[in-house]
Every structure is written in structure tokens, then in C-alpha cells.
Design a binder for this molecule. Structure first.
Ligand code: SF4
Ligand code: SF4
Length: 368
């Protein structure tokens, strides 16, 4: 009895990075040391007020979304199952008029709450209200500036709104201490525009995360993206190499202006020719689930299809199904199409890459 309790405690508190190392070396122990999910991305709506050229959301007819009471039940279920973080995405989450109420409910239940937004509906008052309700982090999507932004986002006149949202977020980061950053979706269309976005972000004090275009996600898996937006061929690769050189210099000049490390840069360099990168286990698929606007549950990624619906089956039962257990194992060992989803999380949890990043950092510091 004592032995069993001790084992449970060790498994619960053993750091995920140690489990990752062990599971890579001994796949047979997968179900003993399995990493339990702690984060949930709630895609609260598929509706959006922009028409981004890489995105499928706005091209599809939305269905009937879960209402506030339905989401509250799901939040209760997640709490019972040990989840600690909830991040709202969409579509555009601010199109849900009840988002603030749901944020407040999640915060009361003890969750750390974040949101990714395109900023079109975000002004200072709205943001402050959400922070008062319990919002703790905001990611703002920016892929270019000015007219190029409006072209990518398919919305003339939208850049001004974006600027004011960015200013409100930057102010809240300074005065309210929220975690805030810019998400830059890297694709053929904007390889050369990263520098401008980075300078803009730096001028208002927000760091930038690079999200290489994902062909597998429910949002971006448009067949034409392969031709139009995927980075391939020698010209594109030269532009990508120049960008990554710039990024590496910026990491030395201003380390906190980017949410990136050296193994992350290596990941991006290889990503467009090898999206799977089998040597890096997919830890994010273990730590995180997605729930779509209708209650369907996905693993860390969306490419494996849904495992079930939380309106019909609580998570405690769903996680014991063969479908969930076997898909989760496949995801960890990258028996998947591969994508950029959570790649920084993955490299941060891979012992060999952490060591590599540490060595490069020490070398760079000594040179400097
Ligand atoms: S990428 Fe985001 S902001 Fe753009 S249309 Fe899709 S959901 Fe909306
Ligand atoms: S790397 Fe594979 S398992 Fe991980 S999120 Fe992407 S497609 Fe899913």
C-alpha cells in the first residue's frame, strides 16, 4: 500500500522532462510514465472577423457552438481531471460575447487563463475587464505591417485596429503584469517581413514567437497552402536562412525580445523539409488537449482526428478509451504527419536539446 502511494507520488511530481528522457529510451514504459495533460486549448468559436489568406475558418459555415452553461460543465470536468491551464483560441474568441464570464469562471476554478486574439475587437477597456476577470496572458497575431498585414489578413483598414490592440496589450503588460507576446505565422508570403514586425514589437515592448505555417491544423490545412505558402525551393530556403541568421543575432542582442532558443531555430531551419522531425518527441501532444466549439476533444494536435465529445463522455472516461490511449502514444513518438504546433515546448522538454541549447548559450556568452 505504502509502496503504491509512493510510486503514485513519484509519478505525479517527476518532472515531465525526466519522463520524456525515460520514455524516449524505453518506449515499453510509456503507459507507466505517461505525461498527463495539464493544459486545454478551448477553440471557443470557429467564427472570425478576418479573412486570412492561409486560413480555412472563415471559409466554412459554423455550426451550433456550446453555450456558456455547456462550457462551464466542461471546465468543471477539466478541473476534476487535474488540468491547470486554459487558453482560449478560435476563430476569434472575442466574438463570443460571454467570453469574459467564462474567463471569470475558469479563474475562480483556479485555472491560469490565456487567449490568442487577432485584436480587431480589443480595446483597452475590454482588455482591462478581462484582466479583472482573471485573464493572465494574451497572444496577438501579427504577420506583417501596414498594407501587407491587411493583404494577408484579407481586411482593408484593419491595421489601425491592430495597432491600437497592440498598444493596449503592451500597456497592460507594463501596468498589470500580464504575460503578452506576438505570434508571427511564418510562411512564403512574409519571410522578408519578420524584421519589420520584430522592430514594431520591440518598440512597444512585446516579445515575438515564430509559428511556422502548419499544414495539418484544422485552421490552416487548405490544400492550396502547399503551393502558395509553404517555404520550399532554393530561393525560399535562402530567404529562410537569412531570416534565421538575423534571428540568431537578435537572440544575442536582445534575448528577451524573442520567444525562441537555439534548438528552436534549428527546428525552424529543418521544419519546411522535415515537418515531423522524429528525433524530437511530441511532448505538447501529451500535455495539452484541444476542445472545439462543439465539445469534440483532440490530442495536442488536430491531425489525429477527434477522440470523442465531452458533451457525451466526461474526460475521465474518455482518457481511458483505447482510441485516446493509442493515439496519444503515437503522437509522443511522432507517428503523425508532423507540424510546428508547440515546437518550443517540445524542444524545452527534450533533454538532449536542452543541453545543446545550454552549451550554445555558454559559447555565445564567452564569445561576447
Ligand atoms: S488565422 Fe485567425 S484571425 Fe485569421 S481568419 Fe483564421 S481564425 Fe481568423
Ligand atoms: S508533431 Fe505530430 S503529434 Fe505533435 S502536434 Fe504535430 S502532428 Fe500532432
Amino acid at each position: 500500500m505504502i509502496f503504491r502511494r509512493l510510486r503514485k507520488l513519484i509519478l505525479k511530481y517527476m518532472p515531465d522532462v525526466a519522463k520524456t528522457g525515460l520514455l524516449c529510451a524505453m518506449p515499453a514504459l510509456y503507459h507507466v510514465f505517461e505525461i498527463k495533460p495539464s493544459s486545454c486549448n478551448i477553440m471557443i468559436t470557429n467564427r472570425c472577423n478576418l479573412k486570412c489568406l492561409m486560413c480555412k475558418q472563415w471559409r466554412e459555415k459554423p455550426g451550433e457552438e456550446l453555450n456558456l452553461a455547456g462550457w462551464k460543465k466542461i471546465v468543471d470536468d477539466l478541473q476534476k481531471n487535474g488540468f491547470r491551464n486554459i487558453h482560449f483560441t478560435g476563430g476569434e474568441p472575442l466574438l463570443r460575447g460571454d467570453l469574459k464570464d467564462l474567463i471569470s469562471y475558469c479563474a475562480i476554478k483556479g485555472f491560469t487563463v490565456g487567449m490568442t486574439t487577432n485584436g480587431m475587437l480589443l480595446d483597452s477597456g475590454t482588455l482591462c475587464g478581462m484582466i479583472d476577470a482573471g485573464l493572465r496572458s494574451v497572444a496577438l497575431s501579427i504577420d506583417a505591417l501596414g498594407e501587407r498585414y491587411e493583404k494577408i489578413r484579407g481586411a482593408p483598414g484593419s491595421f489601425k485596429k491592430l495597432q491600437s490592440a497592440a498598444a493596449a496589450i503592451a500597456e497592460a503588460k507594463k501596468t498589470r503584469g500580464i504575460d503578452a507576446y506576438i505570434n508571427f505565422t511564418l510562411m512564403k508570403e512574409n519571410i522578408d517581413l519578420f524584421r519589420d514586425v520584430k522592430e514594431f514589437a520591440e518598440s512597444i515592448g512585446l516579445p515575438v514567437a515564430i509559428c511556422p505555417l502548419d499544414k495539418t491544423s484544422a485552421i490552416f490545412n487548405l490544400p492550396e497552402n502547399e503551393q502558395r505558402l509553404w517555404i520550399y525551393g532554393s530561393e525560399d530556403m535562402k530567404r529562410l536562412a537569412a531570416l534565421l541568421e538575423y534571428v540568431k543575432n537578435e537572440m544575442v542582442r536582445k534575448p528577451h525580445s524573442l520567444i525562441l532558443n537555439y534548438p528552436g531555430v534549428d527546428f525552424i531551419a529543418r521544419y519546411f523539409t522535415d515537418p515531423r522531425q522524429e528525433n524530437i518527441p511530441c511532448v505538447v501532444s501529451q500535455d495539452r488537449i484541444y476542445v472545439d466549439p462543439y465539445g469534440n476533444v483532440f490530442g495536442g494536435c488536430l491531425s489525429m482526428g477527434t477522440f470523442g465529445n465531452l458533451r457525451e463522455m466526461p474526460f475521465g472516461r474518455l482518457k481511458k478509451t483505447d482510441r485516446y490511449r493509442s493515439a496519444k502514444k503515437k503522437m509522443f513518438y511522432k507517428k503523425c504527419p508532423g507540424c510546428s504546433c508547440g515546437y518550443m515546448f517540445n524542444v524545452w522538454h527534450t533533454p538532449g536539446l536542452i543541453m545543446k541549447g545550454f552549451i550554445v548559450n555558454v559559447r555565445t556568452a564567452l564569445k561576447g
